[in-house]
Design a protein around this ligand. Structure first.
Ligand SMILES: Nc1ncnc2c1ncn2[C@@H]1O[C@H](COP(=O)(O)OP(=O)(O)OP(=O)(O)O)[C@@H](O)[C@H]1O
Ligand SMILES: [Mg+2]
Length: 246
């Protein structure tokens, strides 16, 4: 579907062993020794990894392991207890990373189109007609070209998820963070949207970090998988320790 609207380039993809380094030169996303708490509990500790520009990386972990917690920190929505995140070698700036939340969190008082332009409006990116044109392009990509005037309450759960994905992509982030993005979709829509996301990030050189407990989503959409150990709150690289793949 995306092939029709975007030039397809060959992405520079790497799947190097080792949790630390990947890619050549400055990684697009670098996470160093992150420790993150939730309430009084330390949920994640010693989390370090990096992703090259255009790389598609998955973090696979069971429910409660801290996947959403990690993405909140990478999107600068929570402050880690320790550690450092950089995007293109510097502290993340607004718009560098876009997070598609696990539940769509659309603004109920805005139309679908306004929800998708929201990030662009906040960033004052382009004029209003250009923002709406970009939002329509993204809505068409997720199969909701006709839904722009509707309210989120008039959509199904899967449709809301697709609007949230369009909203995250609209700002052309350097790093796209997806939190279980396909969980409410039927298998056919899921496969189609996975392919569209893969092509979009390839065409734009966007670095993708997907967190999920779904091995099939991770396998289909990404080049490299890291495992999040719920008990220890630590990341493991199965390429470095194959015994951990079950
Ligand atoms: N607001 C909160 N206050 C305190 N603890 C929380 C809060 N939100 C999450 N937690 C706890 O932090 C841990 C990690 O939660 P998180 O939502 O990151 O898990 P997850 O891997 O995304 O799980 P799931 O696959 O179910 O979405 C869990 O033990 C959870 O109970
Ligand atoms: Mg979660």
């Amino acid at each position: 579907m995306l092939k029709a609207i975007l030039p397809i380039t060959t992405p520079t993809l790497r799947a190097e062993p080792g949790v630390q380094a990947s890619g050549s030169g400055e990684p697009a996303l670098q996470v160093s020794d992150l420790e993150i708490g939730r309430g009084a509990r330390v949920v994640l500790r010693g989390v370090s990894f990096s992703a090259a520009r255009g790389e598609r990386l998955a973090i696979l972990g069971p429910s409660g392991a801290g996947k959403s917690t990690l993405l909140l920190a990478l999107a600068s929505l929570t402050r880690p207890l320790r550690g450092r995140v950089t995007i293109d070698g510097r502290a993340p700036r607004p718009g560098d990373a876009a997070l598609m939340f696990q539940s769509p969190l659309l603004f109920p008082w805005l139309s679908v189109l306004e929800n998708v332009t929201f990030g662009l409006d906040v960033a004052r990116s382009g004029d209003a007609p250009a923002r709406r044109a970009r939002a329509r392009e993204l809505l068409a990509m997720v199969g909701l070209a006709e839904a722009g005037a509707r309210r989120p309450s008039e959509l199904s759960g899967g449709e809301r998820q697709r609007v949230a994905l369009a909203r995250a992509l609209a700002v052309r982030p350097r790093v796209l963070l997806l939190d279980e993005p396909f969980s409410a979709l039927d298998p056919v829509t899921r496969a189609r949207l996975r392919e569209d996301v893969a092509q979009l990030v390839a065409a734009t050189g966007t670095t993708l970090l997907l967190v999920t407990h779904d091995r099939e989503d991770a396998r289909a959409l990404t080049d490299r998988v890291l495992l999040l150990d719920a008990a220890a709150g630590r990341l493991h690289d199965p390429a470095a320790d194959p015994s951990r793949i079950s």
